[in-house]
Structure formats: structure tokens, C-alpha cells
Design a protein around this ligand. Sequence first.
Ligand SMILES: [Fe+2]
Ligand SMILES: [Fe+2]
Length: 351
Amino acid sequence: MEEDITPAEMEDPEMDIMDVYQILDRPGVQLWTHTFATSPIPLTIINNSLQILWGNDRFREIFAESENYEGLTLMEFFPRSFKREWILKMAQDIRTYKCGYSWNGRIEHKRKNQITLVSNLLILPIFRSPLEIKLPSAYACIFDNITEEYRQMLKITFASLLEASLLKDKDTGRHIQRVNLYSKALAETLQGIPSYNEVDIEFIENVGFLAAMHDVGKIGIPDDILNKQDKLNKWEMEVMKEHTINGAFILNTYPNIMAKEIALYHHERWDGNGYPYGLRENMIPLSARIVAIADVYDALRMKRSYKEPFPHETAKNILIDYRESYFEPFLIDRFLDLESQFIKIFDNLGD
Ligand SMILES: [Fe+2]
Ligand SMILES: [Fe+2]
């Protein structure tokens, strides 16, 4: 049986980017490049230094912003997509008989202003000839785009969690759906503003889904406090405040940090007098600053166990009153621009 490749053998003197054409001319490699040139599955050929030698049409269409990918390693081409511990393992596995000279893993890759793509990446060896099974010098990388399936799976998982938390909170009604819509509308107004350059299509879509998670931590609050008709006393208020930290715990496993940020920071105030940490201004993540406005506006408009609903004008004036204390002033101005949209959302999705 073939021994695993030792570090000394891993040094292949032939492997130089100058050898690209030599590698691509090999019959074994040509079989792949011809067969997959126009395939709907993105595919690249790499050498054993993980340098990309060739990419098919689909790879270029999906991943390559410029034509300059040839000669870059997978890690250079997909920065931040490979966990550090993977890189060594990958380099080792593709040179190891026991691992079938192959590797697979899931990578996430974000192109500027685009939705993050999630792919299962499979690296397979291409031997020089059926007799050469020692150290492959070329590999095929097949990218199976699972972005949609992955996003759907996450959404379903976290939507169930949300359902569970809503069973406890009798006050919510369609509050969370409306908070999603207001938050998305507010985020849209920030796109293209240089000081809000984190706002892109993906940010907008995420805040429009994750805003609903802001109170998911209430699942851990005792029912008698959560549904108390009267004002909460000081101690009960302290327990209630814990829903922010509980929410962060629950959402810790969600791959997008925005979920945790919204749960943890949606009660922080612009002037630093909020909770749980008393963060101020830009220290509070933008997603949470947006959701704070959406949440309070809707809470004011709703009938709750302890209050009657306010008309839009009253809710608006309260937000204006708190323009610099609770809320980010610039976002309150955007809210005022969007006033009619907020009214429409509330009226269309009433409880
Ligand atoms: Fe909350
Ligand atoms: Fe809320």
C-alpha cells in the first residue's frame, strides 16, 4: 500500500506557475477542462500549491470579479473564506493517500455588494496517468453552490425558534413582522451613503429578516413578569432586561453576527443610557440602532396589556422628542422621510 507523502516528498520541484501550460496540456487535465468548460457547475483546476490554473465559464461568471485569478491561491482568491485550521489540513489532505488526495468543506464567499455565496467545495486529484498514484500535481475543484438551500435551512430553524418565543409573549401579534418591514425600509434609505457603507443588498435583506429576532430572549423570562398587567417593579425590570443577553446566547450559533447584535443591543440608547451595556452612538451596531426605532414606533402604535394604542402622530412626536437621547438623529430623519411607509405597514399588517 502507498505510504503517506512525507514532508520532503511534498516539495515538488516541478511546481512553479511557469508550468501552468504544461499541466493544462496533460491529457488527464484536458479531459476535465474540455468536459467542464461550459458546465453549469463552477470548476477550477489547481496545482498542489493550491494555485488556480484555470476556471470554467461558470466559475468566472459566479466568482471572478476580474480575469486575474490565474496564479492566485484559493486562499488569496477567496479571502476570509477558509478557516486557518482548514488551510493546513487541506494542503496536507490533498497530498495524502489515506485522504484520497482530496478535501471537502463548505466555504462562504462575498463579492462586493452581493449576497454571500455558500458552496460545498470538493477537491479531487487528477493523476498524470492511471499508473501515477503517488503525488498528483493537478486537482479539480468543484463548487456546489448551496446558497439557497443553506439560507432556507437557517431561516426555517430560526423561524421555529421565533415561533417558540412568541408562544410566551401574548403581546406581540404581528409586531415582529412589522418591525422587519420598518427596519428594511430604514436600511434601504442608507444604501449608497458613504458613512453607512456596510449597508448593501445583503445587509438590507438580513435586517429585514433578523429584526424579528430582537426579543427572542424573552423565552427565558418568567411568565408572570413577561405578561404582568401593571408596571414592572425595579427588580422585575432588571429580570426583564436580561432578555437582551438571553437573546444573544440563543442567537450565538446563527452564522450572521447581525442576529446576535440586534438581540443584544436593541435597548441601547444613542446617549449611552440604555442597556445592557450603556453603549453609545456608533458603538451600537447599526442594525440595532435601526431596530430600536422600528421596535419603539410599533410598540407605541400597538395596544399592549399596559397601554392603549397611540395614533401615528403621537408615536412620531415621541420619536422626535427622543431624537438625540434614545435614537440616532440621522435615522430619525430617515424615519420622518418614510413616515407614510410606516403608516402603510402598520395599517396593512394590523393585529
Ligand atoms: Fe426588547
Ligand atoms: Fe419588540
